[in-house]
Design a binder for this molecule. Sequence first.
Ligand code: FAD
Length: 398
Amino acid sequence: MRICYDEGMKNIVICGAGPAGCMAAISAKTHYPLSNVILIDQNEHILKKLRLSGGGRCNVSANVSVQTIIEQTPRNGRFLYASLNEFNSTQIQDFFKSRGCPLVEEDHQRLFPKSHKAIDIAQVIQNELNALNVVMLMNTYVHQIDLQNNTMITSNETLSFDHLILASGGLSYPQTGSDGYLLSEISKHVFVEKCYPAETPLVSNDAIIQSKLLQGVSLKDVSLTLLIDGKKKKQVKHDMLFTHFGFSGPGVLQLSSVCRDCFEKKQSISMIIDCLPYLNHQEVESLIKEQTLSKVLSMHQLPKRLNEAYDVLKENITPTQFLKSWTFNIHDMRGFNQAFVTSGGISVKAIDPATMRLKTYPNVSVCGEMIDVHSHTGGYNITIAMSMGYHAGKHCLD
Ligand SMILES: Cc1cc2nc3c(=O)[nH]c(=O)nc-3n(C[C@H](O)[C@H](O)[C@H](O)COP(=O)(O)OP(=O)(O)OC[C@H]3O[C@@H](n4cnc5c(N)ncnc54)[C@H](O)[C@@H]3O)c2cc1C
């Protein structure tokens, strides 16, 4: 058994080199320079999921306040106050700018590296880990953790730790390494909330969707309302996309976060699209009396293909209903293979938010998507992962 990397120094071991684990390693070594910080991941390189993020451009944060980040976090957002007060969008922007990788802002306050390359974000983090002499154990799988004896068995060796930081992610995109194994291991010691795909596309078996007539049509800044058993559950104003199976795009992904267990409970779910949210019913009614539907669509920059869809639906729906309250049944949501994040994970009740340590095992901290916290798309999930990681690293040896 390898007891430690440098005799006499404390071992801080971090499992998982995603944004949460990498930032935890940087923060731990910065705050406790006289400790061995060891970062373990089963992948060959750090940040496998982040390299794919934002379509390869990495929407690394959002240029918004702490309050907005919390509002954009539909699950347990308030748990993040302490982390975000220490490390938020401002610190993320400074971190990358001061290391030669400035961020630029796009619509919806989204921040990307100026180079538009996720790999540049990964490179800055890799350089920082190297500069701090963090020990990197790549291609190393963590098989077993013994919390009584502070040891772990990896695919290469047995390691001992003084402090352990778990950052092994949720269940989404398991091909990037977040396979849920350590989440199920830790569930032997702390309560883990059941996991569901979140920020994931929605499936509809309605004939118009199945006909694929609308596939590829996108709508900008429409109002979307999700009803569960006929009751309004969530409303958002954002962009959406019709796909061959249903709906995607940021607005729809946001709605999916409230679906969670609705399908297994056999609740009925529907979604209403309001294509003209800035006009009321009466205004649309008078508009449609004066103009053809096709003219109204072009006046309001709506895609022409909606006209073809209306031709199919016109027996059952008026043009005003079509534009203001076009309703679809939702039959399912896409699974973990397509979900951007996971809803569920280690219960926030098991964690001290001031330090990120487990209440029952104070020499173990947790951070990132493995906790039952997730945000909407738009740069918020990487932001909260880095924020929790920084906070966990800073307070691990308090
Ligand atoms: C396709 C896609 C695009 C996305 N785009 C964005 C975006 O643009 N902006 C945004 O904010 N969010 C985005 N997200 C979400 C964001 O990437 C995640 O929320 C974030 O990566 C979570 O960070 P994490 O460090 O908690 O977990 P992860 O990034 O999942 O990292 C966990 C790490 O732990 C390692 N690990 C797990 N178990 C073990 C084990 N037993 N042994 C060794 N290693 C292990 C894994 O290999 C992995 O590297 C996207 C997600 C997906 C799937």
